[in-house]
Design a protein around this ligand. Structure first.
Ligand SMILES: NC(=O)c1ccc[n+]([C@@H]2O[C@H](COP(=O)([O-])OP(=O)(O)OC[C@H]3O[C@@H](n4cnc5c(N)ncnc54)[C@H](OP(=O)(O)O)[C@@H]3O)[C@@H](O)[C@H]2O)c1
Length: 258
Protein backbone atom coordinates (compact mmCIF):
# COMPACT_ATOMS: atom_id res chain seq x y z
CA UNK A 1 0.00 0.00 0.00
CA UNK A 2 1.42 3.41 -0.90
CA UNK A 3 1.77 6.45 1.33
CA UNK A 4 -0.51 8.82 -0.59
CA UNK A 5 -3.19 10.30 1.65
CA UNK A 6 -6.19 12.54 1.02
CA UNK A 7 -7.45 14.44 4.08
CA UNK A 8 -10.68 16.44 4.03
CA UNK A 9 -11.12 19.34 6.43
CA UNK A 10 -7.35 19.74 6.71
CA UNK A 11 -7.28 23.53 7.07
CA UNK A 12 -7.46 23.51 10.88
CA UNK A 13 -8.30 21.53 14.01
CA UNK A 14 -8.25 17.74 13.85
CA UNK A 15 -7.63 17.62 10.07
CA UNK A 16 -4.57 19.85 10.40
CA UNK A 17 -3.26 17.65 13.25
CA UNK A 18 -3.75 14.55 11.06
CA UNK A 19 -1.87 16.26 8.20
CA UNK A 20 1.09 17.17 10.44
CA UNK A 21 1.12 13.68 12.01
CA UNK A 22 1.35 11.89 8.66
CA UNK A 23 3.73 14.51 7.19
CA UNK A 24 6.20 13.39 9.88
CA UNK A 25 5.68 9.77 8.76
CA UNK A 26 6.71 10.46 5.16
CA UNK A 27 3.25 10.47 3.55
CA UNK A 28 2.41 12.46 0.40
CA UNK A 29 -0.60 14.60 1.30
CA UNK A 30 -3.52 16.04 -0.62
CA UNK A 31 -5.38 18.45 1.66
CA UNK A 32 -8.96 19.48 0.96
CA UNK A 33 -11.18 22.24 2.37
CA UNK A 34 -12.49 25.74 1.56
CA UNK A 35 -10.12 28.21 3.29
CA UNK A 36 -7.17 28.89 1.00
CA UNK A 37 -5.02 30.88 3.44
CA UNK A 38 -5.30 28.20 6.14
CA UNK A 39 -4.68 25.38 3.65
CA UNK A 40 -1.61 27.19 2.28
CA UNK A 41 -0.19 27.54 5.76
CA UNK A 42 -0.83 23.85 6.67
CA UNK A 43 0.71 22.84 3.31
CA UNK A 44 3.81 24.88 4.11
CA UNK A 45 4.10 23.33 7.60
CA UNK A 46 3.83 19.82 6.12
CA UNK A 47 6.42 20.64 3.46
CA UNK A 48 8.78 21.90 6.18
CA UNK A 49 8.40 18.46 7.79
CA UNK A 50 9.59 16.94 4.52
CA UNK A 51 6.26 15.80 3.06
CA UNK A 52 5.20 16.35 -0.56
CA UNK A 53 1.97 18.27 0.04
CA UNK A 54 -0.71 19.73 -2.23
CA UNK A 55 -4.00 21.38 -1.50
CA UNK A 56 -7.35 21.42 -3.30
CA UNK A 57 -10.04 24.01 -2.60
CA UNK A 58 -13.47 22.42 -2.36
CA UNK A 59 -16.82 22.96 -0.71
CA UNK A 60 -18.08 19.52 0.34
CA UNK A 61 -21.64 20.64 1.08
CA UNK A 62 -22.93 19.96 -2.44
CA UNK A 63 -22.85 16.26 -3.27
CA UNK A 64 -22.83 16.75 -7.05
CA UNK A 65 -19.87 19.13 -6.77
CA UNK A 66 -18.10 16.65 -4.46
CA UNK A 67 -18.30 14.06 -7.25
CA UNK A 68 -16.71 16.53 -9.71
CA UNK A 69 -13.96 17.48 -7.25
CA UNK A 70 -13.11 13.83 -6.60
CA UNK A 71 -13.00 13.09 -10.34
CA UNK A 72 -10.50 15.96 -10.74
CA UNK A 73 -8.43 14.82 -7.75
CA UNK A 74 -8.29 11.27 -9.13
CA UNK A 75 -6.96 12.59 -12.44
CA UNK A 76 -4.40 14.97 -10.90
CA UNK A 77 -3.29 12.71 -8.02
CA UNK A 78 -3.79 9.09 -9.12
CA UNK A 79 -3.37 6.05 -6.86
CA UNK A 80 -4.24 7.63 -3.51
CA UNK A 81 -4.60 4.67 -1.13
CA UNK A 82 -5.49 6.44 2.14
CA UNK A 83 -8.67 8.49 2.55
CA UNK A 84 -9.17 10.38 5.80
CA UNK A 85 -12.71 11.77 5.76
CA UNK A 86 -12.62 14.34 8.51
CA UNK A 87 -14.41 17.51 7.30
CA UNK A 88 -17.46 18.24 9.40
CA UNK A 89 -19.64 20.89 10.92
CA UNK A 90 -21.73 21.06 14.06
CA UNK A 91 -24.84 23.21 14.27
CA UNK A 92 -24.88 23.00 18.10
CA UNK A 93 -28.54 23.97 18.44
CA UNK A 94 -31.50 22.30 20.06
CA UNK A 95 -33.58 20.37 17.54
CA UNK A 96 -36.45 22.82 17.96
CA UNK A 97 -34.29 25.87 17.25
CA UNK A 98 -32.46 24.28 14.31
CA UNK A 99 -33.72 24.90 10.77
CA UNK A 100 -34.30 22.15 8.21
CA UNK A 101 -31.79 23.93 5.95
CA UNK A 102 -29.09 23.70 8.66
CA UNK A 103 -29.86 20.05 9.32
CA UNK A 104 -29.67 19.23 5.60
CA UNK A 105 -26.33 21.05 5.24
CA UNK A 106 -24.93 19.22 8.27
CA UNK A 107 -26.02 15.88 6.84
CA UNK A 108 -24.50 16.75 3.45
CA UNK A 109 -21.06 17.62 4.87
CA UNK A 110 -20.90 15.06 7.70
CA UNK A 111 -22.47 12.06 5.95
CA UNK A 112 -23.25 12.45 2.23
CA UNK A 113 -19.85 13.91 1.32
CA UNK A 114 -18.00 10.89 2.82
CA UNK A 115 -20.56 8.58 1.14
CA UNK A 116 -19.87 10.21 -2.24
CA UNK A 117 -16.08 10.15 -1.81
CA UNK A 118 -16.08 6.50 -0.74
CA UNK A 119 -18.34 5.47 -3.64
CA UNK A 120 -16.09 7.30 -6.11
CA UNK A 121 -12.94 5.70 -4.69
CA UNK A 122 -13.93 2.03 -4.28
CA UNK A 123 -13.14 1.05 -7.92
CA UNK A 124 -9.78 2.88 -7.80
CA UNK A 125 -8.83 1.27 -4.47
CA UNK A 126 -9.72 -2.17 -5.82
CA UNK A 127 -7.54 -1.53 -8.89
CA UNK A 128 -4.48 -0.65 -6.80
CA UNK A 129 -4.97 -3.66 -4.52
CA UNK A 130 -6.52 -2.00 -1.47
CA UNK A 131 -6.23 0.93 0.88
CA UNK A 132 -7.52 2.58 4.03
CA UNK A 133 -10.67 4.63 4.52
CA UNK A 134 -10.84 6.31 7.93
CA UNK A 135 -13.87 8.42 8.83
CA UNK A 136 -13.95 10.87 11.72
CA UNK A 137 -17.32 10.37 13.36
CA UNK A 138 -17.94 11.42 16.97
CA UNK A 139 -18.49 9.98 20.43
CA UNK A 140 -21.94 11.58 20.14
CA UNK A 141 -22.81 8.78 17.69
CA UNK A 142 -22.90 6.41 20.66
CA UNK A 143 -24.65 8.36 23.43
CA UNK A 144 -27.50 10.89 23.75
CA UNK A 145 -26.35 14.37 22.75
CA UNK A 146 -29.01 16.92 23.76
CA UNK A 147 -28.52 20.31 22.15
CA UNK A 148 -26.89 18.81 19.07
CA UNK A 149 -29.16 15.95 18.04
CA UNK A 150 -28.93 16.51 14.27
CA UNK A 151 -25.11 16.49 14.49
CA UNK A 152 -25.19 13.27 16.52
CA UNK A 153 -27.59 11.73 13.99
CA UNK A 154 -25.27 12.60 11.07
CA UNK A 155 -22.31 11.11 12.95
CA UNK A 156 -24.32 7.98 13.85
CA UNK A 157 -25.07 7.51 10.16
CA UNK A 158 -21.36 7.77 9.34
CA UNK A 159 -20.43 5.35 12.14
CA UNK A 160 -23.02 2.84 11.04
CA UNK A 161 -21.90 3.09 7.41
CA UNK A 162 -18.28 2.41 8.41
CA UNK A 163 -18.97 -0.67 10.55
CA UNK A 164 -20.95 -2.30 7.72
CA UNK A 165 -18.58 -1.19 4.95
CA UNK A 166 -15.61 -2.60 6.86
CA UNK A 167 -17.04 -6.08 6.39
CA UNK A 168 -18.12 -5.50 2.76
CA UNK A 169 -14.73 -4.18 1.68
CA UNK A 170 -12.39 -6.42 3.70
CA UNK A 171 -12.21 -9.04 0.89
CA UNK A 172 -10.70 -6.32 -1.35
CA UNK A 173 -7.99 -5.44 1.18
CA UNK A 174 -9.73 -2.13 1.85
CA UNK A 175 -9.75 -1.30 5.56
CA UNK A 176 -12.59 0.92 6.78
CA UNK A 177 -12.10 2.46 10.22
CA UNK A 178 -14.09 4.92 12.25
CA UNK A 179 -12.61 7.26 14.88
CA UNK A 180 -15.06 8.66 17.44
CA UNK A 181 -13.49 11.66 19.21
CA UNK A 182 -14.96 13.09 22.39
CA UNK A 183 -14.58 16.80 23.13
CA UNK A 184 -11.46 17.99 21.35
CA UNK A 185 -9.92 21.46 21.58
CA UNK A 186 -10.62 23.00 18.17
CA UNK A 187 -12.61 25.92 16.72
CA UNK A 188 -15.66 23.65 16.57
CA UNK A 189 -15.90 23.48 20.35
CA UNK A 190 -14.56 26.94 21.26
CA UNK A 191 -17.89 28.10 22.73
CA UNK A 192 -17.52 25.31 25.34
CA UNK A 193 -13.80 25.64 26.17
CA UNK A 194 -14.59 27.47 29.39
CA UNK A 195 -17.34 25.03 30.52
CA UNK A 196 -16.25 23.47 33.83
CA UNK A 197 -15.72 19.69 34.08
CA UNK A 198 -15.52 19.11 30.31
CA UNK A 199 -12.17 17.45 29.53
CA UNK A 200 -10.80 18.36 26.09
CA UNK A 201 -8.44 16.15 24.11
CA UNK A 202 -5.71 17.65 21.95
CA UNK A 203 -6.26 17.19 18.18
CA UNK A 204 -2.91 15.35 18.00
CA UNK A 205 -4.49 12.52 20.07
CA UNK A 206 -7.11 12.04 17.35
CA UNK A 207 -4.38 11.94 14.70
CA UNK A 208 -2.74 9.11 16.66
CA UNK A 209 -6.10 7.25 16.69
CA UNK A 210 -6.20 7.49 12.88
CA UNK A 211 -2.76 5.90 12.71
CA UNK A 212 -3.85 3.19 15.20
CA UNK A 213 -6.85 2.35 13.02
CA UNK A 214 -4.64 2.06 9.94
CA UNK A 215 -1.85 0.07 11.64
CA UNK A 216 -4.00 -2.30 13.69
CA UNK A 217 -6.92 -2.45 11.22
CA UNK A 218 -9.21 -1.36 14.06
CA UNK A 219 -12.84 -0.86 13.00
CA UNK A 220 -13.70 1.55 15.80
CA UNK A 221 -11.30 3.73 17.77
CA UNK A 222 -12.47 5.88 20.69
CA UNK A 223 -9.73 8.13 22.09
CA UNK A 224 -8.85 7.90 25.79
CA UNK A 225 -9.90 5.80 28.78
CA UNK A 226 -12.61 8.25 29.85
CA UNK A 227 -14.62 8.12 26.61
CA UNK A 228 -14.13 4.34 26.27
CA UNK A 229 -15.45 3.88 29.82
CA UNK A 230 -18.38 6.22 29.13
CA UNK A 231 -19.31 4.33 25.94
CA UNK A 232 -19.26 1.01 27.78
CA UNK A 233 -21.23 2.44 30.72
CA UNK A 234 -23.96 3.72 28.39
CA UNK A 235 -24.16 0.35 26.66
CA UNK A 236 -24.54 -1.49 29.98
CA UNK A 237 -26.44 1.09 32.06
CA UNK A 238 -28.24 3.58 29.78
CA UNK A 239 -30.56 4.95 32.49
CA UNK A 240 -27.89 6.44 34.83
CA UNK A 241 -26.16 7.99 31.79
CA UNK A 242 -29.48 9.49 30.65
CA UNK A 243 -29.84 10.96 34.15
CA UNK A 244 -26.35 12.55 34.00
CA UNK A 245 -27.01 13.86 30.48
CA UNK A 246 -30.25 15.44 31.74
CA UNK A 247 -28.27 17.29 34.43
CA UNK A 248 -25.61 18.35 31.88
CA UNK A 249 -28.33 19.52 29.48
CA UNK A 250 -29.70 21.86 32.19
CA UNK A 251 -26.30 23.62 32.26
CA UNK A 252 -25.42 23.55 28.55
CA UNK A 253 -28.73 24.10 26.72
CA UNK A 254 -29.31 27.65 28.02
CA UNK A 255 -25.83 28.64 26.73
CA UNK A 256 -26.57 27.61 23.10
CA UNK A 257 -27.05 30.48 20.66
CA UNK A 258 -30.27 30.42 18.62
N1 LIG B 1 -13.78 19.06 18.06
C1 LIG B 1 -14.48 18.09 18.61
O1 LIG B 1 -14.75 18.08 19.84
C2 LIG B 1 -14.95 16.93 17.78
C3 LIG B 1 -15.51 15.83 18.46
C4 LIG B 1 -15.96 14.74 17.71
C5 LIG B 1 -15.84 14.75 16.34
N2 LIG B 1 -15.29 15.84 15.71
C6 LIG B 1 -15.23 15.78 14.25
O2 LIG B 1 -13.90 16.00 13.82
C7 LIG B 1 -13.91 16.58 12.53
C8 LIG B 1 -13.02 17.81 12.52
O3 LIG B 1 -13.58 18.77 13.42
P1 LIG B 1 -12.72 19.91 14.13
O4 LIG B 1 -13.03 19.84 15.56
O5 LIG B 1 -11.33 19.89 13.66
O6 LIG B 1 -13.52 21.18 13.56
P2 LIG B 1 -13.02 22.53 12.88
O7 LIG B 1 -11.82 23.04 13.58
O8 LIG B 1 -14.22 23.38 12.79
O9 LIG B 1 -12.57 22.06 11.43
C9 LIG B 1 -13.52 21.59 10.51
C10 LIG B 1 -12.83 21.30 9.19
O10 LIG B 1 -13.84 20.89 8.26
C11 LIG B 1 -13.75 21.72 7.10
N3 LIG B 1 -15.07 21.97 6.51
C12 LIG B 1 -16.18 22.43 7.13
N4 LIG B 1 -17.16 22.63 6.24
C13 LIG B 1 -16.67 22.29 5.02
C14 LIG B 1 -17.19 22.30 3.70
N5 LIG B 1 -18.43 22.72 3.44
N6 LIG B 1 -16.38 21.90 2.69
C15 LIG B 1 -15.11 21.50 2.94
N7 LIG B 1 -14.55 21.47 4.16
C16 LIG B 1 -15.32 21.87 5.19
C17 LIG B 1 -13.14 23.03 7.61
O11 LIG B 1 -12.43 23.68 6.58
P3 LIG B 1 -12.88 25.03 5.82
O12 LIG B 1 -13.65 25.85 6.79
O13 LIG B 1 -11.58 25.59 5.39
O14 LIG B 1 -13.70 24.54 4.67
C18 LIG B 1 -12.15 22.53 8.64
O15 LIG B 1 -10.93 22.17 8.04
C19 LIG B 1 -15.37 16.90 12.21
O16 LIG B 1 -15.92 15.89 11.40
C20 LIG B 1 -16.03 16.87 13.58
O17 LIG B 1 -17.40 16.56 13.50
C21 LIG B 1 -14.85 16.92 16.39
Amino acid sequence: MNKKMLITGASRGIGKAIALHFAKKGYELILVSRSEDDLKSVTLECKRLGAKTYYVLADLSNVLKVKEVIDDIQKTFPNISNLILNAGISTSLTFEDNSLENIQNELNINYLAPVTIIKEYIPALKTIGGGNIICISSFSALVPFPGNSSYAASKSALYSLCTSLKIELEPYNIHVGCVLPGSTKTDMTKQFHETPFVPFDDPSEIAQCVEDSIQKKEAVVIPGILYNAAALTYKLFPKPVDFLMTLAAKIVLPTLKK
